[in-house]
Design a protein around this ligand. Sequence first.
Ligand SMILES: [Zn+2]
Length: 474
Amino acid sequence: MLRALLAASLWMAAATPAVASEVANYLIRHVSVVDVASGTVTPDQSVAISGDRIGGVGPDKLMSMRFLGTRQIDATGKFVMPGLWDMHMHFGGGPELIEENKNLLPLYVAYGVTTVRDCAADISPSVLEWRAAVARGHLLGPRIFTSGPKLEGYKPLWKGTIEVGTPTEVNAALDRLKAMKVDFVKITDNTLKPDIFLYAVREAKRRGLKTSAHTPYALTIVQAADAGLSSVEHVDYLIKAGSPKEAEIGADYVAGKLTYGEASDAFVDTFDRSYAAGVYREMAKRHIAVTPTLNMGRILAYLDQEDHSKDPALAYIGPGLRKTYDWRVERAAMATPEQIAARHKEYELSKQVMPMLVAAGIPILAGTDAGYLNSFNYPGQGIHDELERYVEAGLTPQQALASATITGPAFLGYSDRYGAVEPGKATDLLILNANPLKDIRATRDIWSVVLKGKWLDRAALDRLLSDAKAKASH
Ligand SMILES: [Zn+2]
């Protein structure tokens, strides 16, 4: 109905531009539009919200005539930008935590996260249901992209995976994932054999599926990129890629001469900046993206110094999910002083890697790793923490914002719908009290969120937060 009205009014506008007015649900007036791609701001604009698409953007004077009679919202002094994408999070923790996971959906929205990419866990059937329900408008939450269950080797540490050890099993797994209509394939390396890893990456690519992975230590990152891997998850793998001894250390690990931890430390100790820069350029040529999850690395590295027990965001996390945090905390508590020092060193090196990735032209996908297990890495708030870490590491606010608004849609093939405040793009928007290009912390200062055309003002967002708190308290 709305579409028909729009089409009719557009036709009329074309025929008699001086008198006809166009139809939109509402008009956001006098707002500064943040163009993330160019890093510029255009003041005193008006944005027409027409259902799930932007009906028009332009100088307020012209737009208010064009959309005469439309409900108006004065956004003087505010900044509008695309909603944030968290490109690496997890719904999971077992069937008894399904409700707690579901309760996180509105929490993401309250923090301005309008899209999430679920990177696999153990409650995929529910995630697929939520993806459909959100798309139909039956459930309030960010748009969900999901890998479904991930591919792993036999008997891995992780739950809810599809175990594969032969090409035939990989084929069957990919058939199953395709039937589930997953948005990409997640592969991890806990027990997966390197040749099967490479086969899975190549075969997924042949079937038109993107792959995101933890790469086996037996392979170099460039080998994985050559096979067609679409994205490397976690910045530690970029440290590995930046060691001239990457293959040698990997072989020692496979031969049992080094433990996983010792191999990780050896990659850090042998990292070489100029060698790394060359490898990153090779990766960029192969169009591989990186999801650094930098803040996760920082949280884990400094668990020895930081007490998170009073974090205000804990109030939004249900008791079952909070319990899953213990695993990492307990593991961290067992670390020796040498191991703690090595973790700090690795994090500081991760920070140095960030601007090198950007300089090489590798797309950065902002992702948190929030969900279960990953302690104190909070759904919603986490993406703001992640972007702040990027700027601390030397990225500009524009580069940080691009990683949470432009590269995600490009990775998943949705650049035509997302990534800018432009006519025809999705009405998933973040409206801020301050300019995020000047200070990245402005993304936390949310005035309103538009989700698929639905206007959520500060009071509505605060209600989502208090609901999330109430649900998490019992
Ligand atoms: Zn993860």
